[in-house]
Structures are given as C-alpha cells and as structure tokens.
Design a binder for this molecule. Sequence first.
Ligand code: F6P
Length: 341
Amino acid sequence: MRIGMLTGGGDSSAINAAIRAVVRRGLAGGHQILGFKNGWAGPINGDYVEMTAEMVSGILPKGGTILGTSRTNPFKIDGAVDKMRENMKRLGIEAMVCIGGDDTLGVAHKLNHLDEPVPAVGIPQTIDNDINGTDYAIGFQTAVTVATDAIDKLHTTAESHHRIMVVEVMGRDAGHVALYAGLAGGADIILVPEHRFDIDVIIDRIKKRRQGGKTFSVVVIAEGARPEGREQVVTSEKTDAFGHVRLGGVAEHLADVLEEKTGLETRSMNLGHLQRGGMATPFDRVIATEFGIEAIELVEKGEFDRMTSIQHGQVTSIPLAEALTLRPIDERVFEMAQIFF
Ligand code: F6P
C-alpha cells in the first residue's frame, strides 16, 4: 500500500520514535511510506518525501519531528481540503497515519467522513496528555521529566533565598503536566485548570509552612489554571487556526499577588517550550514505537478512523471520535497531592 504520514500541532520529544516505527514496520510489510512535511500543509501543497530506512536511522532519541510540523487547519483554508484530496489521489495515497494532538486527530477523523473519504488512523502525541481513551500520549512523560528536573533545581534556590517560587508548566486546559511534575518534584502547592484556586487558601498554606519552620515554598501552576472569577492569562488574544489563544504568564501574575499579599520575596519561572524538547524518556520511546507499529497494523487490517492507545499497560486502539474530548486529570491523584500541602 502507499501510506502517507504526517506530524501536526505542537511537537514533543518522542515523535521521531513513532516516525521510525511507522517507516520500519511499513517497509517490512512491503508498503511505501510518504512523509508529508509540516503537518497538514504537506498534503495541501503536495510537499512530501518518500521515506527510507536510512532517513529514520539514528532518530529514535532525538526531540522534535524530522517531518516538521505546523498548526495548519485545512478546514479553515478555502479550497484546502479539495487540494489535499486531489494531491492524495494523484500520489496514490491509500491511507494516512496522522501523529498529533486533538487538532491533528480531529482533522484525521473528518477525513474519514468526507464524501470521498481518506482512510486515516491516528497516533496520540501531545505533552498535554489531554486525549481521551489513552492513558498516555507520546511526549507527556518526557515533558514531566523535564519539568520535574526544573522543579528540583528551583527548589534549592528557593530554599537558599527563603523565597516563594512559582513555576508555570504547559498543558493548555488540562493539568496533567502540573499534577505529575508537581507530585514528582515535591511541590508544596499544585494548581490545575480543572480546579479554580483561591489565593487566600494558597497564602494560608504558605503561612502555615513558615510557622512549621519552612521558609520557602514551591508552587507549580498549569498555564491554564485560574482563580475564581478570573479568565485564563494569555500572552496573545489572537487565536490559531484551531481557535486556541496563546496561554502564558499566570505564574508571573500569581507571584506578584503573592509577594504583595504576603510580603515574602517571590519569583516566577515559565518553563515554556523547554518542556517540548530534549531526549525522549525510554517509556516515551517505547510507547511511540508500539504506537507506530500498531498504526500500520490498523491500516493493514482496514481498521480506519481509529487511534492507537495504551490502556492499563496494553496497546490497543479506539475510535477517533472517542478520543476527541478533553481528558481531565485523575481526581484521585489530585486528592493524594493535597496530603503534601
Ligand atoms: O499543545 C501543546 C502545547 O505545548 C500546549 O501545552 C501549549 O499551550 C501550546 O502547545 C503552545 O503552543 P505553541 O507552540 O504554538 O506556542
């Protein structure tokens, strides 16, 4: 078969491991794999490269995506879906493997339902880990590792200076990165979008810690977290092609409020895109590899409009439609985190 592949949306650290697995398993199955460049811009512009085993040699641990990515939404550009459809027909594409988050997977789902459908399967990839029906999206574990390492480092300087340190992590409208990195890094307070926070409660906790002899506090806050009665803090009101505003700056805002209200020296740090780079963890590399292989197997079996997933340690697949709603944090884990406040 002639199979197209693309990577769309925000990148992360294990995409190349998935690309490698798709190519290696695809070639082993006697298929041709065409790698489209820069997300959905690739099929729209007919921009592709025929993948060889040599091209994916040595990319397993490397962050980013060798295919490039973009936040292009073909359903928001006049004529783009038709152009994409024509290019795929011309190239003889019989199936697509689409690697990305909810936006990329949403387009993949729609392709399966066009009048002239493009059979497509998805591989979940986002540091946000907000895709339903899978315990993990590739990239999440590496992002948590990067954020945990940063929190460890910020702990020591907070302690030396007897300061409050507010650390902002990504995750858009989900608090998975904040919750897991916060727990792993021993944060004193973890703030997530799923629960609006109360500044007075945070101040109270910080004061209690001081009364107990702890002269510093580390607060981990998800970029999408907000107090009661306030909107999310954004760096730009402008929305991308999928309607998302650019979040960022809530840590700085919270640090200002905490310093003003407690009189304690406070600093903030936004970890930003650092969380999307670096060498992928072994776990991410393994699930990316399993997902890549599973994706080709879905294509071979003609099981389209599905996404690879991992549930209770087992790699499986689910209908793409089920994946496209926001996966909230595990409330049980969030409750556990409260013990350490
Ligand atoms: O969806 C992944 C993500 O890293 C979010 O956590 C974050 O809000 C967003 O992408 C940032 O997007 P960009 O790379 O376009 O700044």
